[in-house]
Design a protein around this ligand. Structure first.
Ligand SMILES: CC(C)(COP(=O)(O)OP(=O)(O)OC[C@H]1O[C@@H](n2cnc3c(N)ncnc32)[C@H](O)[C@@H]1OP(=O)(O)O)[C@@H](O)C(=O)NCCC(=O)NCCSC(=O)C[C@H](O)C(=O)O
Ligand SMILES: [Mg+2]
Length: 295
């Protein structure tokens, strides 16, 4: 989680080539959308999809009266569309640009250099798909960029479909073979101080299995989940929000440390549990998160 909490519980891909889906954004309660120029758009439609960006961003759709974070996923710079995508996206001024198939820190730095010509480092952020075996081998070095605001790196997304494709692991319902990599990404993202979003759940007509995967990802520490269908938004918003029980516990920790008798203490006992000031910090973070999402 970044220091000023920005909710990214539900992050919906919307293909830039799908006008009906684009028109829906304003009615959706997702925390962010990713306008996709990459895998959701067929090669024959890539240029027409790119040309729509200016129009989309000229009238930024608000989601339920609040500003929804808007990110564009470009094609890889190494592809025939990447360079022109980047020029078009930079003009559209999204909140972020999502880079697919990032392999090394250089892949992020190169795009940052292009953006530096037009934008202050605190404006357009960079998000990176972690979806190649090389990215997994370089994950610590890529994440480390997050510690330097000049790099713009702000968020990782697990690209589980590409990881399955490139490694040959079996995609099982419990994600047994993916879990070690997902946890490694999470750890790296935390070391770099950036957000970490889970990959998509392809069986969008199976809400129970989707809710189960959201619960798993929330327990693993992810900030949110990337989505492919509007029907997935509500369950993701719920799973990645603090639970009522967690909030009650956080309030109890805060109240306990606010008592005069505990003011100078580093550690106290609360309902039979040891509670330290690190737990107070954790509780305050959770309460700030709940306030930000109105939980
Ligand atoms: C998956 C879909 C192709 C399903 O489409 P469809 O069968 O048409 O869905 P519905 O009929 O149920 O749609 C109902 C209405 O909802 C709108 N809709 C559907 N999807 C979206 C969306 N993503 N955003 C906004 N609105 C959406 C439809 O237009 C219908 O509206 P209406 O007719 O007015 O009622 C489709 O959902 C889809 O294309 N999803 C996005 C797919 C995508 O973006 N894929 C790329 C990202 S995932 C990825 O790349 C993985 C990653 O890189 C990795 O490696 O893992
Ligand atoms: Mg992918």
């Amino acid at each position: 989680m970044t220091e000023t909490y920005r909710p990214r519980r539900s992050v919906l891909y919307v293909p830039a080539s799908n006008d009906k889906a684009l028109a829906k954004i304003a009615q959706l309660a997702c925390d962010a959308v990713i306008i996709d120029l990459e895998d959701a758009v067929a090669p024959a439609d890539k240029i027409a999809a790119r040309e729509k960006l200016t129009g989309i961003f000229a009238n930024r759709p608000d989601a339920n009266g609040r500003r929804c974070e808007m990110v564009v996923r470009v094609n890889a710079l190494s592809s025939e569309w990447g360079t022109d995508d980047l020029a078009a996206v930079a003009k559209a001024e999204p909140d972020g640009i999502l880079l697919p198939k990032v392999d090394t820190p250089r892949d992020v730095l190169e795009v940052g250099d292009v953006l530096d010509d037009n934008f202050a480092p605190d404006s357009v952020k960079l998000w990176a798909m972690i979806e190649t075996p090389k990215a997994m081998l370089n994950i610590g070095a890529i994440a480390e960029l997050g510690r330097d605001p000049a790099s713009r790196l702000d968020c990782f997304i697990a690209g589980t479909n590409d990881l399955v494709k490139d490694t040959g692991v079996l995609a099982t319902p419990d994600r047994a073979y993916l879990l070690p990599w997902l946890m490694q990404m999470l750890l790296a993202a935390r070391a770099g101080g950036i957000d970490m979003l889970d990959g998509v759940f392809n069986d969008f007509r199976d809400p129970d299995a989707f809710a189960h995967e959201c619960t798993q990802a929330a327990a693993m520490g992810f900030d949110g989940k990337t989505l492919i269908h509007p029907s997935q938004i509500e369950a993701a918003n719920r799973a990645f929000a603090p639970s009522a029980q967690a909030l009650a516990e956080a309030r109890a920790v805060k109240d306990a440390f606010a008592l005069a008798q505990n003011s100078g203490k580093g550690v106290i006992a609360l309902n039979g549990r040891m509670v330290e000031r690190l737990h107070l910090a954790q509780a305050e973070k959770l309460l700030a998160k709940a306030a930000a999402i109105g939980a």
